[in-house]
Design a protein around this ligand. Structure first.
Ligand code: C5P
Length: 308
């Protein structure tokens, strides 16, 4: 057993550089082919020994988030306790910096961080393959949050293979003043496809993978894309102005991040990303914009050196 009383894990947000949505499956999920990348906007999850499970959520992006057993961090702790046949308890504390319902997998990240933190706190030493399986049960993006960096995701997004790239990627996130519910964006995509008769192809992101491996930003901007974008734009038409603002500010390319409503822009370097973020913010088309670095590590205990 571990004698640790307190474990802190930080976990990054993710973007989808390519998101190809295939057909709706019988289980209510869509078959995906996606390229995930972790970016350096982090939530911080602390786990302390306690009786039963308790959760507190605070921080600049905590507004409106339930701190009860519907929260993915709580569910992660409960699932791990059940799987590890542990009677140990935990008081979880989540500091939210990743916006909620923004398409950045903040909730999934908190679940991944809670899994890792509770595993250490309770001294379970759960093998990574088992943590992966638990992560996949919690949500489609939770497995990626355990690993971070850049990966190809298939299945509903939980089957991962790493994409190696030595380059740095500079992005700008433009965060909207409201959230979008992921299921409603997928439902809108299905509705649009039915109405227009366009088949769900879930195309392979070969050009994105090649551009990432080559560190070719122009090719990456040209190849990146998100099948959910038309659905997110239908539900939040004001995002068209945010996308325009980023491109006018000098981004190589821009798109909706995941199921939105955050918009993400590729910049050629850090200084340009910062200036694009300032310009988008000044355009008044988002709640705030921030420059982030892509290809960072996934959920990691804060006491260990991060392998970024
Ligand atoms: O797995 P996660 O909880 O993040 O998924 C949230 C919702 O997004 C699902 O209930 C489903 O409506 C939709 N979704 C989907 N296909 C995926 C992933 C998510 O339809 N591959």
């Amino acid at each position: 057993m571990s004698d640790q009383q307190r474990i802190t894990v930080r976990v990054p947000a993710k973007i989808n550089i390519s998101l190809a949505v295939g057909p709706l499956r019988a289980d209510g999920f869509h078959e995906l082919t996606t390229v995930f990348q972790a970016v350096d906007l982090y939530d911080v999850v602390t786990a302390e020994r306690a009786e039963g499970i308790a959760l507190a959520v605070q921080g600049p992006e905590a507004t409106g988030l339930a701190a009860d057993d519907t929260n993915l961090a709580w569910r992660a702790a409960a699932l791990l306790a059940e799987a590890g046949q542990s009677r140990a308890g935990v008081a979880l504390h989540v500091s939210k910096f990743i916006p909620v319902a923004a398409g950045l997998a903040g909730g999934s990240g908190d679940a991944a961080a809670a899994l890792l933190a509770c595993d250490r706190l309770w001294g379970l030493g759960t093998p990574m393959a088992e943590l992966d399986a638990l992560a996949a049960r919690l949500g489609s993006d939770v497995t990626f949050a355990l690993y971070g960096h850049t990966a190809l995701g298939t299945g509903r997004g939980e089957r991962l293979s790493p994409i190696s790239t030595t380059s740095e990627f500079h992005w700008v996130l433009a965060v909207a003043s409201r959230g979008l519910s992921t299921p409603s964006v997928y439902r809108e995509l299905d509705r649009q496809r039915q109405a227009t008769g366009v088949p769900a192809d879930g195309a392979a992101p070969d050009r994105v993978v090649a551009a990432l491996q080559a560190g070719d930003y122009t090719a990456l901007a040209d190849a990146m894309g998100n099948d959910l974008q038309p659905a997110a734009l239908a539900l939040a038409p004001e995002l068209a102005r945010t996308l325009e603002a980023g491109v006018s500010a000098g981004a190589l390319g821009g798109m909706v991040a995941g199921s939105g409503p955050t918009c993400v822009f590729l910049a050629q370097d850090r200084a340009t990303a910062q200036s694009i973020a300032r310009d988008i913010q000044a355009s008044g088309t988002c709640r705030f914009a921030v420059a982030v670095l892509g290809n960072v590590a996934g959920a990691r205990p804060a006491t260990l050196p991060a392998d970024q």
